[in-house]
Design a protein around this ligand. Structure first.
Ligand SMILES: NC(=O)c1ccc[n+]([C@@H]2O[C@H](COP(=O)([O-])OP(=O)(O)OC[C@H]3O[C@@H](n4cnc5c(N)ncnc54)[C@H](OP(=O)(O)O)[C@@H]3O)[C@@H](O)[C@H]2O)c1
Length: 303
């Protein structure tokens, strides 16, 4: 059986992406085959497409870190999932989820919460795990600043920190302030008109999803025993309060995400749903740095 996938023969701009027919993937040991109902766009995707990030090796490969869909085949040594289960989670392979089917490690998946559809579930895994794992040590009453609070990771980080009882501040353009207030943020700073270091002080945690000078400037308003958690691939700062953060695919972590969703403490915002045929345009939107929440892609037939 052949299936549709988005593939690229070379690294480069949007026009390297093409729809191809490939043999249906088979689940290896510890994996399940998932019929993709939806996947979502992460900033990593356009970086991988262009070769700015080199995690997949040389092309051809298929992008797509997030999946939500139905298990259609179970590989050896998988006991947690059965054919027909609705699952969501991460795929970290050269045969990603911008496709009709993808094989994913069972350990990277969880059962999809029944309270959300596949579009919302597909928007969660990478972004929500990044947020929840980064903010695991946040305690009630702490002051937490999230940079790029309106983005895919940021708007989930705001909610994850609120769920931990923190006082949460965020940087965003004014157009996103009402959106963030509806998610429970305590203070929003328009970084286009206000230097955040003049209004956000005595911080216990800064979660930096922007990079550049944001890191050093954040250190100036961080408490002596605070933490600057940096999700950007920059040279490490020498300050002992600086911590680099990388998301770890984790079914266990997703169970925590699922629980927050069930409790109504984590709501993912979907900015656009596009057909996979429009993957190039979706990645352009992501690269613009202006997306509020997440963009979701659905397969050809579903579209
Ligand atoms: N290390 C890891 O494991 C890991 C995991 C996931 C993501 N990341 C990285 O984290 C970054 C954010 O990811 P994402 O998926 O959240 O990206 P995203 O959804 O594309 O972020 C877009 C948001 O960034 C905001 N923004 C842009 N410039 C800003 C600035 N100067 N100050 C404050 N906000 C700004 C925009 O809000 P406004 O319109 O309000 O400006 C927009 O809503 C990316 O670089 C990504 O590669 C790292």
């Amino acid at each position: 059986m052949s299936v549709k996938a988005i593939s690229q023969k070379t690294l480069g701009g949007p026009d390297v992406l093409e729809t191809v027919e490939v043999p249906a993937p088979r689940p290896g040991t510890g994996e399940v085959l998932v019929r993709v109902a939806a996947t979502s766009v992460n900033a990593a995707d356009w970086k991988l497409r262009a070769g700015v990030v080199d995690k997949l090796g040389p092309p051809p490969f298929t992008l797509g870190l997030d999946v939500s869909g139905t298990v259609t085949e179970v590989g050896a040594d998988v006991t947690r999932f059965r054919v027909g289960d609705e699952v969501y989670g991460m795929v970290l392979s050269r045969s990603g989820a911008y496709a009709e089917y993808t094989a994913a490690p069972a350990d990277f998946l969880d059962h999809k919460p029944s309270s959300i559809d596949h579009v919302h579930a597909a928007a969660l895994p990478t972004a929500a795990l990044t947020a929840v794992q980064a903010l695991r040590e946040v305690r009630a009453g702490q002051r937490v600043l999230v940079h790029a609070a309106a983005g895919g990771v940021g708007h989930l980080a705001v909610q994850a920190a609120k769920a931990r009882g923190a006082y949460v501040l965020g940087t965003a353009r004014a157009v996103n302030h009402d959106f963030l207030r509806a998610l429970g943020i305590d203070e929003v700073i328009d970084y286009t008109t206000t230097d955040f270091t003049t209004v956000a002080t005595d911080l216990d945690v800064v979660f930096d999803l922007v990079g550049g000078e944001y890191g050093p400037r954040s250190l100036s308003v961080l408490r002596p025993n605070g933490r600057l958690i940096d999700a950007q691939r920059e040279d490490a700062l020498t300050d002992p309060r600086f911590h680099r953060h990388f998301v770890t695919p984790s079914g266990e972590g997703l169970r925590e995400v699922s629980e927050l969703v069930r409790r109504g403490q984590l709501r993912v915002h979907i900015e656009r749903v596009l057909p996979m045929a429009d993957a190039a345009a979706a990645l352009d939107l992501s690269e613009s740095g202006r997306v509020r929440g997440k963009i979701v892609l659905i397969p050809w037939d579903a579209a």
